[in-house]
Design a protein around this ligand. Structure first.
Ligand code: ME8
Length: 537
């Protein structure tokens, strides 16, 4: 049965523009891109948002080091992020810049509304501050970590300043109830408990700062205070869809992808701010996100988190090298299926990359596609063979290896199940499972041997028809992961899915496309160059 179109909204963190993008940023955006593409393929009305976070002190500090204004420095790096994501064919529907007028105006409105209800109020902050993360650290947490940053190990600084505060403590119970009623609100499960325990003790949080030199959004009615960069940044998820034509995306329940270092902001402060905003005049439509998915880190071979401040990241040039050597699909596939989506960190190793490329792409989809198209070229003059009556509804007789509608259904169900749980490794494997079935079927039926006897050509035709059909279905399932190769393959077998999606606002028809028997016998099948040439070091 066809899937009823849903609305789906997915976001990435917005990245600091103190420096250029690196592999960590590319990773989260790529994961969100795979998920967004999957939803579009299913026909969902999908909105995918990524972008940059500009009003940080580390941005203005870096700008000063380079003799530029914060805006000039932010402009340069925002361009670098945009170019990197464009080059990597990310399909975001908009790109956030927190210095945009629309964003600033909306944030000002939200804070004004919160000042009105008293959920934001003036006070004084006295405590610990992690300058690298621009984060206030509660006393117990600072002590537990020996007054050092949990992220970069640098000493925390003591701060005392006049601030506006957000009444987080007033939302503890509602947040805890929400966690209770929505067990998948924070994923993976293991991350939930640490947040729940911290919410139980949550105090009000400062949400403004002084001395930002005018870089940031002023607190409405108090120009000396700037809205704290984290609050400004979190609101991006709402400001960019707070327009008449986009509000329904927010209301469908956002899925936020982030890494574990910023979970507290997303799983506690952000939903509490939304609860507070929803009580303000005109904001009753504001609901909570569907899910906060907090992944782990890419770490270097020595186990350190890849980061800008540690200088051990894969930068855009290194990422380009992988793309040039293996292709963009290979980078996508590797990051999506071998990345730190779960609770353990992943090491990025070039040897593993090459192994995964050869085993999962060159030796499976790439090899199978060339084998099947080559045989169709050789035995049937490059035309998809007619299926004979012998196979009826393409179900092989007892005892012969199967490649049939059930294979396709198994692959499609595995993809849907995995993607619903945001398990990208099994999601990628779902398409590869169908490819593997094609390979075993070829081994079991040996069309290349049968073809030596002209009387057996109809049988060879049946076999190759089934192979081409199964590969077509595999390519639909694999499209979110390796879109370029799948689209190249579609051209070769005469499928216009890419054009259909384009003509239909990016939406596909996964359920229909995975139904068996859609390739037309007689259609030209082109062999073409290998989709994934084997890599030899
Ligand atoms: O935190 N492995 O921005 P940021 C995996 N502006 N992912 C990584 C990573 C690594 N080694 N390093 C970074 C900020 N990331 C704030 C966010 S959102 C309202 C504001 C990814 O430039 C991961 O998604 O430090 C992480 O959450 C994000 O980059 C942090 O980027």
């Amino acid at each position: 049965m066809a899937h009823a179109s849903e609305t789906f909204y997915v976001t990435t963190p917005i990245y600091y523009v103190n420096d250029k993008p690196h592999l960590g940023h590319v990773y989260t955006t790529m994961v969100a891109d795979v998920v967004a593409r999957y939803h579009r393929l299913r026909g969902d009305d999908t909105f995918f948002l990524t972008g940059v976070d500009e009003h940080a002190a580390k941005v203005s500090d870096k700008a000063a080091e380079h003799g530029l204004t914060p805006q000039q420095w932010a402009d340069q790096n925002a361009t670098a992020f945009r170019e990197t994501f464009d080059k990597l064919e990310m399909t975001h529907d908009d790109f956030v810049r927190t210095s945009s007028e629309h964003h600033k105006q909306r944030v000002t409105q939200y804070i004004a509304a919160l000042l009105n209800t008293g959920d934001v109020y003036p006070g004084t902050y006295e405590g610990w501050y992690d300058a690298g993360q621009e984060e206030y650290i509660p006393e117990n947490k600072a002590k537990a970590n020996d007054f050092k940053s949990e992220v970069n190990g640098k000493a925390l600084v003591r701060k005392s300043e006049k601030n506006y505060f957000f009444k987080l403590s007033a939302y503890r119970d509602t947040l805890l109830e929400h966690f209770e009623a929505n067990p998948t609100f924070v994923q993976p499960d293991a991350r939930r408990n640490e947040i729940v325990n911290r919410i139980k003790e949550a105090q009000d949080v400062p949400i403004s700062r002084t001395g930002s030199g005018g870089w940031g959004i002023p607190v409405p009615g108090d120009e000396e205070q700037t809205i704290y960069v984290w609050i400004d940044a979190l609101f991006n998820y709402l400001t960019y869809v707070d327009t008449d034509d986009r509000r329904h995306y927010w209301q469908s329940g956002a899925v936020h992808f982030i890494a574990k270092d910023i979970l507290w902001f997303h799983a506690a402060i952000w939903p509490a701010m939304l609860l507070a905003l929803s009580k303000c005049d005109g904001y009753a439509w504001v609901n909570l996100p569907r899910q906060v998915y907090s992944h782990s880190y890419w770490v270097s071979a020595s186990g350190e988190k890849m980061s800008k401040s540690l200088g051990n990241f894969l930068d855009p040039a290194a990422i380009d090298n992988y793309v040039n050597e293996f292709g963009l699909d290979a980078l996508r596939y590797f990051l999506a299926t071998r990345g730190p989506l779960g609770t353990t960190d992943s090491q990025f190793s070039s040897d593993l990359f090459a192994d995964v490329y050869n085993s999962d792409l060159a030796n499976t989809f790439g090899n199978s596609a060339s084998r099947v198209t080559k045989m169709i070229g050789k035995y049937f003059d490059g035309k998809l063979p007619q299926t004979s009556d012998r196979y009826g509804a393409n179900v092989p007789p007892e005892g012969e290896p199967a490649l049939d509608p059930a294979t396709a259904q198994a692959g499609a169900s595995a993809l849907i199940k995995s993607m619903t749980r945001i398990s990208l490794e099994p999601g990628g494997i779902a398409g590869m499972f169908v490819v593997n079935q094609v390979d075993s079927y070829i081994e079991g039926t040996s069309p290349f041997k049968l073809a030596k006897d002209p009387a057996k050509l109809p049988e060879v035709g049946d076999i190759l028809y089934n192979c081409a059909e199964a590969l077509r279905i595999a390519s639909v399932l694999l499209w979110p992961f390796i879109p370029d190769a799948c689209e190249a393959f579609w051209k070769r077998i005469g499928c216009d899915y890419a054009e259909q999606m384009k003509a239909n606002g990016g939406k596909g028809r996964l359920d229909e496309w995975v139904e068996w028997g859609q390739l037309e016998p007689g259609a030209p099948i082109e062999k073409g160059a290998p989709l994934f040439p084997r890599y030899q070091a």
